[in-house]
Design a binder for this molecule. Structure first.
Ligand code: GLU
Length: 317
């Protein structure tokens, strides 16, 4: 299937339907928390008549060696859960030219500059009186060309966008209004890799994504991404940051929590259909133990009725 473009009304003649997406990093198999987020992203997209896209966020090859089999298993698991998607799966590692073009554009306006700070220097720098925690203190913002070249001889530079220290508010379907700082954040790291915030925004724009559904650990990234979207001439998508799945100690679910992936659950006799049913029950869309298809979950889906608290995964409870 070819992917329509915003100027292409498609065969139905309807206006551009917009798109939602699920964008896993292929670092390890999806666990039930990731699968629940994927299901929610699919439900939100399909419920609103949008296309649904899958994007593999395999940009971080300098730090993490990606086993291509992991991404393939992630796709297989999404299918097993009954989720379908439109068009080809996009891989960020294939999109470096698009990121380079966006960096060039942003460097024209609002501007960018090389940053030679280490993490430690940033942590130790004295921030401006009202700067939010973690915001870049601006150390390299006003270096002269001579200072820049002196530092470049010692350490490769990251590239930061001139964020202007504004606060941007986004409206989240679940969290409501959320304001956050836009500091001079990193566009390209000092190992040459494009930063997550840049790649996500460039890809969402290029793919016509106008609905972002993902884990609420990423809510704090939304103001920067919304701002960057506007700098690149786009319109801010709608956001729904969904509660994470936690273990019985209230900690974010992780691989160490035992049988949390479809393959590990299968060895305990819990197949993909049973997992779909558990996820559906956790969302208030199915009775405990009720066999249910993805289409049935979609027919019952009501964004306003979604549980707002983290879901506790405890197989042995
Ligand atoms: N790749 C990110 C992750 O796996 C998700 C990025 C996004 O949805 O914006 O956590």
């Amino acid at each position: 299937m070819t992917t329509p473009t915003p100027s292409d009304p498609g065969v139905t003649g309807r206006p551009w339907p917009g798109a939602g997406r699920f964008a896993p990093s292929p670092t390890s198999d999806l666990h039930v928390g990731n699968l629940r987020t994927a299901l929610l992203a699919w439900l939100f997209a399909r419920h609103s008549g949008r296309r649904f896209l899958v994007r593999i966020e395999d940009l971080d090859t300098a730090r993490v060696a990606h086993d291509p089999a992991v991404a393939e298993r992630q796709l297989t698991d999404l299918h097993a859960l009954g989720l379908d998607w439109d068009g080809e799966v996009v891989r960020q590692s294939q999109r470096l030219e698009a990121y380079a073009a966006a960096v060039a554009r942003l460097s024209e306006s609002p501007g960018s500059y090389p940053c030679f700070c280490s993490r430690r220097e940033i942590a130790e720098a004295v921030s401006a009186p009202h700067a939010p925690p973690g915001a870049y203190p601006g150390t390299c913002r006003r270096l002269t060309a001579i200072e820049q070249s002196e530092r470049a001889a010692r350490r490769p530079a990251a590239l930061r966008v001139r964020g202007g220290d504004v606060t941007v508010e986004v409206v989240d379907t679940l969290a409501g209004r959320f304001g956050g700082p836009v500091d001079d954040f990193v566009l390209r790291r000092n190992d040459g890799a494009y930063a997550y915030n840049l790649a996500v925004v460039v890809d969402d724009l290029a793919q016509g994504v106008d609905q972002v559904v993902r884990g609420d650990d990423l809510l704090s990234s939304a103001p920067r991404q919304a701002w960057l979207t506007e700098q690149l001439g786009g319109r801010t998508p709608t956001y729904a940051h969904v509660p994470l799945v936690v273990n019985r100690h209230g900690q974010r679910l992780a691989k160490r929590d035992g049988a949390v992936t479809l393959s590990r659950l299968a060895t305990r006799g819990i197949g993909a259909d049973a997992v779909r049913s558990m996820l559906g029950a956790s969302l208030g869309l199915a009775e405990a133990g009720e066999p249910v298809t993805a289409a049935e979950l979609l027919a019952r889906f009501d964004p306003a009725a979604l549980p707002r608290a983290p879901w506790v995964w405890d197989l042995d409870a």
